[in-house]
Design a protein around this ligand. Structure first.
Ligand code: NAP
Length: 315
C-alpha cells in the first residue's frame, strides 16, 4: 500500500524511486526510446535512464520542449547521451517518419518505452480518423513497435542482450467498457464516454503487451514485452479534462506519488535484472501484479485486437 510503502517480492514498493530501483545498474551500451519524454513521468524516465548510462532517444511531439529538457538533464548529468526526434503518435504518417529517421540513423535499439498518453479529452478523431485516445495511446504505439521490431531483433541478436518493450498502461483499464474493446464502436461519438474510452485504450496497452510477448516467445526472439500501471502521479495528464485538471492541482497532489516514484516501475521493468526473461506480465509498484478485469486477461481478445490493429495500420 502506497502510504505504508509495503515492499513486494522484488524488494521495492510504491514509495521506491526510479533512482532506487536502478541503484547499481549499469545501462552503458544500451539504447532506449522513451515516448512522451517531455512531461510527467517521461521526464524522470529519461533522466534516470541517462543517469545509469543509457543512450536515450526522446520521442516527442514538441521538439523545442524536448531540446530544453535535454539541456537541463545535461546540466545535471554532463555525460548524458540524449537525442530528440519528433513523434506525433496520433498521426500514422508521423510515426512512420519517426521510424524511418530512427532506422536511417543506424542506432541499435535495446529498450522501447511506450509511455506517452492522453486522458479523457472530449471526443475527437485523429488525423487518420480514429478516436483520439485509442489512436494516441494504442494505435500509434502499436505501429511504432511494429516498425521498430526488426531493429530490436537485430540489436538483441548482435549484442546478445535481451531487448525490452515496456508499455505504460494504467489501473484506469478497469474503467473500460464492459467488453473491454468495442471494435465496432471505436468511433461512435454518440456513445463516447471519455473515461471509458481511456480505459479501453489502456486495456489495449495490456493486451498489446500480452499478445506481443506470446508472439516473440513463439518466434524464439530474445525480446520481452510487459505492461504496467505507474501509480497515481500529479502530472499534466488531466490537461484535457477540467475535472481531472482541478483534482491534479488540488491538495490531492500531495497524497500522490512523486514523478520519480511514478517513473520507477517502467524503469524497473526496462532495466532491472530481476525482470530478465519475464514477458507478458503486468507490473505495479515495481512488482508483478494482477490485472483487474477479465478483458485485460483475455487471450482471445488480445489476438482480436492484434488483427484489428494490423488492419488499421495497413489502411
Ligand atoms: N499520471 C498518472 O497518475 C498516471 C496513472 C496511470 C497511468 N498513467 C500513464 O502514464 C503515461 C504518462 O503520463 P503522464 O502522467 O506522465 O502524463 P503527461 O504529463 O501528460 O505526459 C504525457 C506525455 O505524452 C505526450 N503525448 C501526448 N499525446 C501525444 C501524441 N499525440 N504524440 C506524442 N506524444 C504525446 C505528451 O506530450 P506533450 O507534453 O507535448 O503534450 C507528454 O510528453 C501515460 O501513458 C498515462 O496513461 C499515468
Amino acid at each position: 500500500m502506497w502510504i505504508f510503502g509495503w515492499k513486494g517480492q522484488s524488494g521495492f514498493s510504491a514509495r521506491s524511486t526510479a533512482e532506487e530501483v536502478t541503484e547499481g545498474i549499469d545501462a552503458a551500451g544500451l539504447t532506449a526510446i522513451v515516448t512522451g519524454a517531455t512531461s510527467g513521468i517521461g521526464v524522470d524516465t529519461t533522466r534516470v535512464l541517462a543517469l545509469r548510462g543509457a543512450h536515450v532517444v526522446m520521442a516527442v511531439r514538441n521538439v523545442e520542449a524536448g531540446k530544453k529538457l535535454k539541456e537541463s538533464i545535461l546540466k545535471e548529468i554532463p555525460s548524458a547521451k540524449i537525442d530528440v526526434i519528433q513523434l506525433e503518435l496520433s498521426s500514422m504518417a508521423s510515426v512512420r517518419k519517426f521510424a524511418t529517421e530512427y532506422i536511417d540513423s543506424c542506432l541499435p535499439l535495446n529498450i522501447l518505452i511506450n509511455n506517452a498518453g492522453i486522458m479523457a479529452p472530449p471526443f475527437s478523431l485523429s488525423p487518420d480518423g480514429i478516436e483520439l485516445q485509442f489512436a494516441t495511446n494504442h494505435v500509434g504505439h502499436f505501429l511504432l513497435t511494429h516498425l521498430l521490431l526488426d531493429t530490436m531483433k537485430k540489436t538483441a541478436r548482435e549484442s546478445n542482450r535481451e531487448g525490452r518493450i515496456v508499455i505504460v498502461s494504467s489501473d484506469g483499464h478497469k474503467f473500460a467498457y464492459s467488453e473491454g474493446i468495442r471494435f465496432d464502436k471505436i468511433n461512435n461519438e454518440a456513445e463516447y464516454n471519455c473515461y471509458r474510452a481511456y480505459g479501453q485504450s489502456k486495456v489495449a496497452n495490456i493486451l498489446h503487451a500480452k499478445e506481443l510477448a506470446r508472439r516473440l516467445k513463439e518466434e524464439g526472439v530474445n525480446i520481452m514485452a510487459n505492461s504496467l500501471h505507474p501509480g497515481e502521479i500529479a502530472t499534466n495528464l488531466g490537461r484535457n479534462n477540467g475535472l481531472l485538471n482541478a483534482i491534479s492541482n488540488s491538495f490531492i497532489k500531495y497524497l500522490l506519488k512523486t514523478s520519480s516514484q511514478g517513473a520507477a516501475t517502467q524503469i524497473y521493468v526496462a532495466l532491472h535484472p530481476q525482470v530478465k526473461g519475464v514477458s507478458g506480465e503486468f507490473f505495479k509498484n515495481s512488482n508483478i501484479s494482477e490485472t483487474g478485469t477479465a478483458p485485460a486477461q483475455d487471450e482471445e481478445l488480445a489476438k482480436q485486437l492484434w488483427d484489428f490493429s494490423m488492419k488499421l495500420i495497413n489502411t
